[in-house]
Design a protein around this ligand. Structure first.
Ligand code: NAP
Ligand code: HSE
Length: 598
């Protein structure tokens, strides 16, 4: 329960409901502006934390405008550099130097997003004609080319924009004052009519005192703040001019941290506080530390404030690994006691029996499990469901289908919205797509398989990829979710890549066709179908769009409409991103301690 603190700036004559605004225009809930502050961009590891936050929204089907500050300390350093060169005098060239911090952050975030397969464009302020007027180091935004931004958001899931800088009427660069990236985010959010602007800091909201000064229960985060309260209290956290502009335009603001459950909503209406809810770390036992597990380990290590890896199970403890793992964390003992005491088991070892036994034991014990193992999830679905019920635990497997392509989340969202799915088809295996692209350029099947293994795309036995088993397992998982179909991958009709030749692909290419391994599951009346076929498709078609290890899925609905999902389907970082996103969801779920009345 939240406690209403009164002092609302809503008009009580009209309606006393918190947040009631009769004349407010409908905002686009599918678009969110995320502003990453310098405290969140401290080190080389930080763009990755920003990636997790962006990916969380993308996988829920939102478009994201990410507006970034310079890294912590960088703006001060640039001010000092400029001051030394200009003898501390005001200069119209100052913004030219100062903007470097934001431009660098934007480029870093775009690079880090690309690595996990999120389609992102980066824009500099002049590319969206972002204009401001006033003092060169304390200007106020006045316009931007919102149509251009929208067009970029149409083509990409994410647009990354450098904050803090704009152009004046004479095309000179100007700054929006200290903390001006908040202003950039709010202004662009308003121009795009975004559903909300989320200002991401290193705290889980605006506190009624400084958490550093009043640690523990004396300091409480606000669940909601009205504009007046935000001006008085939130001004410490949000730039004053940005806050005033948001209040004037009624732009809903959220102040929160990455990966944390709670945040402060700032909008018209009542004010309320919650108990401080800094969640405890999740203790994670990791089974498997190869391509995917190694990426997961590296990512959890970067988020040591949220996760603690308590054990890492591998086959050979003496093997050299890409991530630097302390020796005492490694074990080859499947019954290591650390597995019984973890909060969550992350399974990235693959295989059916040993992985299955570890997962079932954990679920029955009441531990949550995250796995990337599609072969297992597709073939043991009922046993795993029963284990979840027995232990009251959660099994999450986003990475099992599509790697970093969030097809499961989009499908679930559509089903939750009451939409009826009749078919799903797509390119579900990155290895085969990569191999077909390689062979089109003249590489032999054997060499292309070796290259896919080298890149970390292929299954332990690549026959699973090239003979269609892997795609069949993924489509069976989707069929179960979409139609409740109890269908095994063995029921799928499958074509094998073994029959494909370089000449065949060249012949198709000359006719503007591309061979694709297409997975399909469908329901007609009470009959389910499942297939993995090799199909020539037009080079301009949706199914031809994935290149290399990319995947695509088309969800077809009973009303004839479709939803397309696209992303990187295999490889360390996209797959690890999906595993980590599941873990962050579990973290948030566990942080839902009852909100106490105060
Ligand atoms: P991988 O590189 O071969 O890694 C497997 C890891 O599991 C290794 O660390 C290995 O130990 C360990 N392991 C295997 N069998 C074990 C056993 N019996 N006992 C203890 N440890 C064992 O495989 P991967 O590519 O990361 O794939 C892992 C899982 O993710 C599979 O289920 C796969 O289908 C799925 N997946 C992979 C991708 C991808 O792009 N690679 C994408 C989505 C899903 P050693 O290191 O000592 O050998
Ligand atoms: N081998 C699989 C593929 C890994 O190439 O698609 C991702 O599931």
């Amino acid at each position: 329960m939240e406690l209403n603190l009164g002092e609302s700036d809503a008009d009580p004559q009209k309606d006393s409901r918190p947040g009631y605004r009769p004349d407010v225009r409908k905002r686009d809930a599918r678009l969110v502006v995320l502003k990453f502050g310098s405290s969140l961009l401290k080190t080389d590891a930080c763009p990755h934390k920003a990636v997790h936050e962006v990916y969380r929204h993308v996988r829920q089907g939102r478009k994201v405008l990410a507006v970034v500050s310079a890294r912590q300390g960088e703006t001060d350093a640039l001010y000092a550099e400029a001051g030394a060169l200009s003898d501390g005098q005001k200069s119209r060239h100052l913004p030219r130097l100062l903007r470097l911090g934001e431009l660098r952050s934007a480029a870093s975030l775009a690079l880090a997003l690309e690595r996990v397969g999120v389609s992102a464009a980066a824009v500099d302020p002049h590319e969206i004609d972002f204009r401001a007027e006033g003092d060169e180091d304390d200007a106020r935004p006045v316009s931007c080319d919102a149509a251009r931004l929208r067009a970029k958001l149409e083509r990409n899931d994410v647009v990354v924009a450098a904050g803090f800088v704009a152009l004046d009427a004479e095309d000179e660069l100007v700054l929006l004052g200290r903390g001006g990236t908040d202003y950039s985010a709010v202004f662009l959010g308003e121009a795009l009519n975004a559903g909300k602007v989320r200002l991401i800091k290193d705290v889980d909201g605006v506190y009624d005192g400084d958490p550093a000064e009043k640690p523990g229960k004396d300091s409480r985060p606000y669940a909601r703040l009205d504009w007046k309260g935000a001006e008085r209290i939130g001004g410490r956290v949000v730039q004053g001019k940005a806050l005033a502009y948001a209040a004037e335009k009624d732009v809903p603001l959220e102040v929160g941290g990455p990966g944390l459950r709670y945040e402060t909503q700032i909008a018209a209406g009542a004010r309320s506080v919650v108990q401080s809810c800094q969640p405890r770390k999740l203790k994670v036992a990791l089974a498997g530390c190869g391509v995917v597990g190694g990426g997961v380990y590296a990512s959890l290590k970067r988020q040591s404030e949220l996760f603690e890896v308590s054990k890492v199970l591998v086959r050979d403890v003496s093997r050299e690994r890409i991530c630097d793992i302390p020796e005492d964390l490694l074990t080859d003992d499947h019954s290591d006691p650390a597995f019984a005491s973890a909060d969550v088991l992350v399974e990235t070892m693959g295989g059916l029996d040993e992985a299955g036994s570890l997962i079932e034991t954990a679920l029955v014990r009441g531990q949550d499990v995250v796995t990337a193992n599609k072969a297992l999830v597709a073939r043991r679905a009922e046993t795993l469901d029963a284990a979840c019920k027995a232990g009251g635990s959660n099994l999450k497997y986003s990475a099992a289908v599509g790697g970093g392509t969030p097809v499961i989340e989009r499908l679930d969202a559509a089903l939750e919205a009451g939409r009826i799915v009749t078919a799903i088809e797509g390119v579900a295996n990155g290895t085969c797509n990569f191999i077909l692209d390689e062979m089109e350029t003249g590489v032999s099947l054997e060499d292309a398989i070796a290259a896919a293994q080298e890149a970390g795309y292929a299954e332990a036995d690549p026959s699973a990829d090239i003979d269609g088993w892997d795609a069949a397992a993924k489509m069976a998982i989707l069929a179960r979710r979409a139609f409740g179909a109890d269908i095994s991958p063995e029921a799928a009709s499958r074509d094998s890549l073994r029959s494909v030749t370089v000449d065949h692909l060249r012949f198709l290419k000359a006719r503007k066709l591309r061979l694709r391994q297409v997975g399909r599951c469908a329901i007609e009346g009470s009959r389910f179908s499942l297939s993995v076929s090799l199909s020539p498709v037009s080079v301009d078609s949706f199914l031809a769009r994935p290149r290399g290890a990319e995947n695509c899925f088309r969800i077809v609905f009973a009303d004839g409409s479709e939803e397309n999902v696209f992303g990187l389907g295999a490889g360390r970082w996209p797959t690890a991103e999906a595993v980590v996103a599941d873990l962050l969801d579990l973290h948030r779920l566990r942080a839902q301690n009852p909100v106490k009345e105060v």
